[in-house]
Design a protein. Sequence first.
Length: 407
Amino acid sequence: MSYKGDNLMSVKRTNRSAALRALHEKGAMSRKRLAHNMNLTPGAITKIVAEMISDGLLSEGEMLTSGNAGRREILIDINPQKACGLGVLINLQQAILSGAWLDGSVIFAESVPLQAEAPSEETAKRLCERLFALMAEHDIPRERVIGLGIAVRGITSADGRIVRNSFGALAETDYPLCELFESLTGFHCVMENNVRSLLAAQMFLSRDENEGSQFFLRCGYGIGAALSIDGRIWHGVTAQCAEIGHIPVIRRGGKPCHCGKSGCLETIASPGAIQEEARAILSPEQTPLLWQTFRDRSAQELSVFDVLTAAGNGDAGASAIVDQAIQALGSAIKALIYLVDPGKIILYGSLFEDPYYLSRLSSELQEGVDLRHAVEIGKSRYNMQLEDTAACLLAVQDFMANGGIQE
Ligand SMILES: [Zn+2]
């Protein structure tokens, strides 16, 4: 329980942050409309807006005529290019360096290969050198940078300073990555788990559609997820919400999982697991259609999409693998629907671009869920695009949450 009171500085931050959020989510509006949205007096808004215009964060734009008296009102908006956020997203064997303006528009996004065995300090130095080069290429002076967002695979500490375990992306465990990037760049840094960063980016870009609770399911090679409650991303006590891929589903004899356990959902339902299972049983007897396709090719070339195509065309072995995966994933999602009662389930990843998989999962999710649960399930409108901005938008969102005040 927190008993902290609000001093004047924190009231100022809160009000400025609410103004930035209202303008970001609802677009340009008059001082009067902003006062109404924020439940503040016109006098208080005039003061806040004047201060933020003088900081260069807001600007006055079009003139509107409103009401019967023909009162003229000037629209206020965020000046998006006043400042930019930078980002580093760290995944298996790959990092994405990015930059975005305050409205989320991308300045640059570049993929850089990563070597898992290289010491993290060396990796971070290399990434920072390239980031500085990209800033120069895009004419971004240091004073315009509001911070650096770090989105990293795996488990981060509850205070967002330490990478507990990146499961093979970085060489070390329990590593103070946030501090390292701060010392290398001199920028204020914020760090978050990669899937929670993707949901944060999805929420930032979809502006005012984030009321209630949303469950974000990302299927890449493995299965990751994130959850928002009342418009805020939920971290959980140990910052491991929502590791749905590591729910134990097979009690005995399950396959080993990279998390150290065995029989996790990810070991039978992830795209990687579907692919490996099909490679293991590839034969004329068990997977006749898949065998025909791969008769003259190496099983190592076989991807999850080949398995889905064969299953869609009636291959018995491929269908059994896909059915088992979908049923296991479906059960976990249905448990979540009953536990959290979310408004939306957002599906993210290349797997959901496959019409066969998407329709099979959708029908699985309709079975056994009563109609009182009005959850909307669908593919993210930014599917396959959020990696390019997730990290730099962490910095932008942190800046806005702080009322656009830099320490
Ligand atoms: Zn696991």
